[in-house]
Design a binder for this molecule. Structure first.
Ligand code: FAD
Length: 454
């Protein structure tokens, strides 16, 4: 049973059991809404290796009472360390847990926590359920097998290649290449200890995310699973054929790509027995995220380069906001503050509030990741020397910078904003505009009348 359980005037279909879709399902269910999740896969198998969970996401997990479960399977990191590609020289140590805990964990562990919680709350998850069409006015979703599913609200959490996005915009809307790709993999502590290298041992003990900055490429390394395993992501110019999404990578090619880099890094790279090679994709900012009773979240509406570790974090924010706003709407409908005749119109309005509260924020965020690409990938020369000097002198307090990575006002906005509170404030303003239209003061329940007068 959901906490805070009430009658269910609102039902939500979430398309996609990714991180964003599951958070949305949990947040809606906790507010007493009926929730079903449609997932195209035959089994839930998160792709990729590690994931960073920055403070803006961890605070939301805390609000949803999920932080403790996640902490059990995560490592908390205290800093993000930038190193020079050629020799591993430390360029900067940026504090990581400034607005809440910053964690790193294995995607499979993260997904399991979310899946277990959704199941515990009674979310109905259907696998092998690929959505093919979505009706914007009626909330009818048609599956590949011909079955239809109807709800008051449909949330498209179906990722980069979203069907819901095309349905909602009324046109095909495919993502495009960024020009970069990622190799991703994990390996064990024993493999690293085998080198008997003091710098590697220190790296393994360090509660940090380490990033090597280099010309046109960078590498990201951090611990997962209580430091018994480690995650490595290598980013470089894309050489996959057009149309390829993720393929098994060639180990020889990967090693050669980072030849001549810091010897610690090349030793670590040599531990990767197999690797996934992943084309990184983008999408232009959409003109809208919602239409009728349908809304998009996560990579379906704002895919990003993973150069700021914010893609899933933003999906978490989106899902939690949708849950909070629909929960509030649900209560007002049940209390009769908003009449049932206005239900459909109110759903559309509330989904637009979600878009209003998140769209500009995520656009800025996507731009921040693009800015980081230039910042990380500078070729050796005067610009790179100026960057390294700025990093050496930076104090990580109230400083502004031409580079978003260093700009503390930008970082505060990114990691410290209370997105749910902001969206809830928009809801309260909206409610003020709708309630006087629908109900006279005399018709208002006594307790609320007292509150309004106060
Ligand atoms: C190399 C790399 C590293 C990254 N590192 C980080 C990081 O450290 N931190 C971070 O916050 N983000 C990171 N990201 C980004 C993050 O992985 C994504 O932004 C996030 O997973 C998006 O979540 P989502 O729920 O929106 O979509 P997805 O995770 O893509 O989930 C979509 C789900 O929908 C399902 N689906 C698709 N179509 C249909 C359909 N028609 N019907 C039914 N189901 C469907 C899919 O099977 C899938 O389960 C990284 C990305 C990459 C590539």
């Amino acid at each position: 049973m959901a906490e805070d359980d009430v009658q269910h005037p609102l039902n939500v279909t979430v398309i996609g059991a990714g991180i964003g879709g599951l958070i949305c399902a949990i947040a809606c269910r906790r507010k007493g809404l009926g929730v079903q999740v449609l997932e195209q896969a035959h089994e839930i198998r998160p792709v990729g290796a590690g994931i960073q969970l920055p403070p803006n996401a961890s605070r939301i997990l805390s609000d949803l009472s999920l932080l403790e479960q996640v902490k059990e399977v995560a490592n908390e990191v205290k800093s993000i360390k930038a190193r020079r590609y050629a020799d591993g020289k430390l360029l900067a140590s940026k504090p990581a847990s400034t607005h809440g805990p910053c964690m790193v964990l294995h995607r499979a562990d993260y997904h399991k926590v979310l899946l277990d919680e959704a199941t515990r709350l009674g979310v109905n998850i259907t696998l092998n359920a690929k959505a093919t069409t979505v009706e914007l006015d009626t909330g009818v979703v048609t599956l590949e097998n011909g079955r239809t599913v109807t709800a008051d609200v449909v949330v498209g959490g179906d990722g980069l290649w979203s069907v819901t996005r095309s349905e909602m915009l009324g046109k095909a809307s495919e993502p495009f290449e960024t020009g970069d790709l990622a190799y991703r993999g994990t390996f064990s502590l024993e493999q690293l200890q085998h080198f008997n290298d003091q710098r590697i041992d220190e790296l393994c003990r360090d509660p940090a995310v380490t990033v090597w900055f280099g010309p046109s490429k960078h590498c990201v390394f951090y611990p997962v699973r209580n430091s018994t395993q480690f995650n490595l992501v290598l980013l470089r110019p894309d050489n996959l054929p057009a149309g390829a999404r993720s393929v098994q990578g060639d180990i020889g090619e990967m090693r050669q790509t980072f030849d001549g880099w810091d010897s610690v890094l090349t030793k670590i790279i040599s531990c990767m027995p197999t690797v996934l090679k992943w084309k990184l994709m983008h999408h232009d900012e959409l003109e809208k995220w919602t239409n009728g009773c349908v809304a998009l979240l996560g990579d379906a509406c704002h895919p990003t380069l993973p150069y700021q570790a914010q893609g899933a974090a933003m999906a978490v924010e989106d899902g939690a906001i949708i849950g909070s706003l629909l929960g509030r709407l649900n209560s007002k409908l049940i209390q009769g503050v908003i009449p049932a005749s206005l239900q459909r119109e109110s759903i559309s309005s509330v989904l637009r509030l979600y878009e209003k509260s998140q769209k500009r924020r995520t656009t800025t965020n996507v731009q921040g990741a693009i800015d980081n690409r230039n910042f990380y990938h500078m070729p050796d020369g005067p610009e790179q020397e100026a960057r390294d000097l700025e990093l050496a002198q930076h104090t990580w307090t109230e400083e502004t910078s031409d580079h978003m990575w260093c700009d503390m006002a930008y970082n505060r906005e990114l990691l410290g904003t209370d997105s749910i509170n902001n969206a809830n404030a928009l809801f309260d303003d909206w409610l003020q505009t709708i309630v006087p239209k629908t109900r006279s003061f005399k018709e208002t329940p006594l307790a609320e009348r007292v509150q309004r007068v106060a």
